[in-house]
Design a protein around this ligand. Structure first.
Ligand SMILES: Cc1ncc(COP(=O)(O)O)c(C=O)c1O
Length: 315
C-alpha cells in the first residue's frame, strides 16, 4: 500500500481539528450576533418607553404649569415680582439652559384655557430666554392678523419675538402658514443644517393669498374693528355675567374672548359644557371650550358687527 501523501495527512488534521474549531467559532459568532440583536430590540423598546414617558411628563407638567399661571395671574396680576417668579418657574423646571434653544409661547393661551398673560410677563420671559442664550419664539397661529386688536398680539406686550409663527387667519381660509424671522437668525439656522423641506414651501399662490388678506385687513380697517367690537362684546358679556353668575370670569382682548361656565356639580361638568356648546350652535353661535372643560372661547370673524353681538349675547 502506498504511503499516504502529506496532503492527505494535512486534510485529516484539518478535518479533525480545524473544522470543528471553525464550526465552534461560527457558533460563537452566531450567538454573539443573536445577543446583539436582542440587545438592539431591547434598547428600541426602552427608547420607545422613555419617549412615551417623556411625552406624558411634558403634557402633565404643561397642564400643571398652565394652572399655576392661571392662579398666580388671578391672585395678583399687577405684582411684577410674582410674575417674574412665575416666568422663572415656567422655565427653571429644566435648569440646564445649555439644552434649551428656544422658549415658545402663545401670547394668549387659547386652547390652554383662554389665559391672558399679565403686563410684563412675556417681556420677562423674553429677557430670561435672552439672558440664557435662547430664542424667544411667539406662536400667533390663533392670535395673529388682527384678532386681538393689533396686527400681532405680542404687540400688547413690548416683547419683540426672534421668530414669529403664523397660520389659520393669514390665508383667511386658504391653507397657508408662515415663519417670520430676521435674516441673521435664518442664515444661522440654515448654516447649521436645520432647515425644512416641504412640497408647498414658498408657494407663490399661498403668498398671493396672504398678500390679498393683508390688503383686505388694511382696507376694511379690520384691526380697529376687532378692537371696537371686541370691547363692546366683552362689556355685553360682563353685563350678562352679573345677571347669570354661571357665566364667570369674562375676559378678552379684541375678538379673542373667553369666559368660564360654572357648573355646580363637578360630576356633570362634561355633560353641561357639551350641552351648552351644542345648544349655542343650534342657535347659530359657534363657541368651543379649551382643555380643562369649563373655559369657553368666542373667536368670531373680524367682520362681526355690533348688530350681531348684543342680539346673540342676550338670547
Ligand atoms: C396656537 C396654535 N399653534 C399652532 C397650531 C398649528 O397650526 P397648523 O395646524 O397650521 O400647523 C395651532 C392649531 O390649532 C394652534 O392653535
Amino acid at each position: 500500500m502506498a504511503p499516504k501523501s502529506i496532503r492527505w495527512h494535512l486534510f485529516q488534521v484539518l478535518l479533525v481539528c480545524v473544522l470543528p474549531l471553525g464550526l465552534f467559532a461560527a457558533g460563537l459568532l452566531y450567538l454573539h450576533w443573536q445577543a446583539q440583536e436582542e440587545q438592539r430590540e431591547r434598547s428600541q423598546i426602552e427608547s420607545a418607553r422613555l419617549l412615551a414617558a417623556a411625552v406624558d411628563n411634558a403634557l402633565d407638567s404643561t397642564v400643571q404649569r398652565l394652572s399655576i399661571f392661571a392662579r398666580v395671574w388671578e391672585a395678583n396680576p399687577a405684582d411684577d415680582a410674582a410674575i417674574y417668579a412665575q416666568a422663572r418657574a415656567a422655565l427653571v423646571g429644566n435648569p440646564d439652559w445649555s439644552n434649551i434653544a428656544a422658549v415658545i409661547v402663545e401670547p394668549v393661551l387659547s386652547a390652554g384655557g383662554m389665559l391672558f398673560p399679565p403686563t410684563g410677563y412675556l417681556k420677562r420671559l423674553r429677557e430670561l430666554a435672552h439672558q440664557n442664550g435662547a430664542l424667544f419664539i411667539v406662536d400667533e397661529a390663533q392670535t395673529g392678523f388682527g384678532r386681538t386688536g393689533k396686527w400681532f398680539a405680542i404687540e400688547h406686550h413690548d416683547a419683540q419675538p426672534d421668530i414669529l409663527t403664523l397660520s389659520k387667519s393669514v390665508g383667511n381660509g386658504y391653507p397657508v402658514a408662515a415663519v417670520i424671522t430676521t435674516a441673521e437668525i435664518a442664515d444661522e439656522v440654515v448654516a447649521k443644517g436645520l432647515w425644512n423641506l416641504s412640497s408647498h414651501q414658498s408657494d407663490p399662490v399661498s403668498a398671493a393669498a396672504v398678500s390679498a388678506v393683508i390688503d383686505i385687513v388694511r382696507e376694511e380697517g379690520l384691526i380697529d374693528k376687532a378692537s371696537e367690537s371686541g370691547n363692546y362684546f366683552i362689556a355685553q358679556l360682563q353685563e350678562l355675567s352679573l345677571k347669570m353668575p354661571a357665566v364667570a370670569r369674562v375676559r378678552g382682548q379684541g375678538l379673542m374672548i373667553g369666559f368660564d361656565l360654572i357648573v355646580d356639580d363637578p360630576e356633570r361638568t362634561d355633560t353641561v359644557v357639551n350641552d351648552f356648546m351644542f345648544g349655542c350652535r343650534r342657535r347659530g353661535v359657534h363657541i368651543t371650550y379649551g382643555y380643562g372643560g369649563i373655559n369657553f372661547r368666542i373667536i368670531p370673524p373680524l367682520v362681526i358687527s355690533r348688530s350681531h353681538s348684543p342680539r346673540r349675547v342676550t338670547q
